[in-house]
Write a protein that binds this ligand. Structure first.
Ligand SMILES: [Zn+2]
Ligand SMILES: [Zn+2]
Ligand SMILES: [Zn+2]
Length: 279
């Protein structure tokens, strides 16, 4: 499996569009290296996790064929993870000779509601036909393309069942864990019972090294470390499992070198826009 991080920032992006804090100002001096766009990842060229407003840019920068995507897994309905309007361009006269005729979109009930709201003015019937939407609930176990997917509950929103994903393909397992605060306890015995042993874990690290996170809806690297210890205790990981951190806030000063050093100190890798990992 090849995992490509297309975007690695929290909701506001880095630098944030409307922000003149010292970090954002400094990042604007070196956008080529420091810019982080909103969260999205691609697995093996045919599966996307999340669909932020930068999806267009991600496809262009990576030279990617998004029409080849068969599966879109949406973690939750926040705009930095799901910009439904863009899907109106998938077909009709806006996209011809697409690699895949249909794309399956999996998300919670709120994601489907946002899809309806966001596309109702512009979507053409021919485009609708190519999008199959599926409601997913925490602890669902389903097949999407060549992958087996387990949906896990996130600690992120009281308004919707935000989801995390365990994705398995060709004997490899990925745990995708943003957006969330410390993981709900039920996840551990559930994954253990399913016999999950992850090769790759991607953590929400919005707060980086902030000792006193301002909410329980995201995590710091210290909380990531505590979750990793629990994973070891429950036998959900192995000696060579790779651990990445992502979804950084501008408040955390997520400069590339700083995050590399911080992550490295605690045995993680810091994701950046465009970074690729083979497992
Ligand atoms: Zn987010
Ligand atoms: Zn800022
Ligand atoms: Zn969110």
């Amino acid at each position: 499996m090849r995992i490509k991080y297309l975007g690695t920032a929290a909701a506001e992006g880095f630098p944030a569009m409307f922000c003149n804090c010292v970090h954002c100002k400094q990042a604007r001096e070196d956008l080529g290296r420091q810019m982080r766009t909103r969260s999205q990842a691609m697995i093996d060229d045919d599966l996307l996790i999340d669909f932020p407003p930068e999806s267009y840019l991600h496809a262009m920068h990576g030279g990617l064929d998004f029409s080849a995507v068969r599966t879109l897994l949406v973690t939750h309905s926040h705009t930095d993870h799901f910009y439904a309007q863009e899907l109106c361009n998938r077909g009709y006269r806006f996209a011809t000779q697409m690699t895949e005729k249909t794309m399956d979109v999996y998300g919670n009930a709120e994601v489907l509601a946002v899809f309806e709201e966001g596309t109702k003015r512009e979507i053409r019937p021919a485009v609708s036909e190519g999008l199959r939407l599926h409601v997913v609930r925490p602890f669902d176990d389903f097949v999407a393309g060549e992958c087996r997917v387990l949906a896990l509950p996130a600690r992120h929103s009281v308004k919707e069942d935000a989801l995390l994903f365990c994705i398995q393909k060709h004997g490899k397992t990925v745990l995708w864990l943003n957006d969330t605060g410390p993981l709900p306890e039920e996840i551990y015995p559930f994954l253990a019972k399913k016999g999950i042993c992850a090769d790759f874990v991607s953590f929400d690290c919005t707060f980086a090294d902030d000792e006193e996170p301002s909410s329980q809806r995201h995590m710091s690297i210290f909380q990531n470390s505590a979750e990793r210890e629990k994973m070891v205790r429950f036998g959900l990981v192995k000696a060579n499992t790779k651990y990445y951190v992502t979804h950084f806030s501008h408040n955390s000063a997520p400069f590339r070198d700083r995050m590399d050093a911080l992550a490295g100190r605690y045995g993680f890798f810091a994701a950046y826009d465009g970074c690729e990992v083979d497992i």
